[in-house]
Design a protein. Sequence first.
Length: 94
Amino acid sequence: MAKKATVSKVLDLVKKFIEKHDGVWDHAAWESLVEELQSSGLSADDEMRRNLGNILEACKYFHGQELTKQSTKPKAKAKPKAKAAAKPRAKTKP
């Protein structure tokens, strides 16, 4: 079986992290996520931390949207009614 791509590993960990913390975490939880990624072979340089933070914030936004999607779902628009076909006028005799 092929190894998972790095992006898949990162996204899997981020998904689990956000669900575990229900979209709210502290600095200690953040550091534990960074350590977990480091142990899987990623470097913990500033660029990785910045990008990971961006991914987390984006996923946190969507996690919040999932909670409210039932109440903010737009209503279906009514379809316009078809115009009635014009009836032919009765011919009058001259």
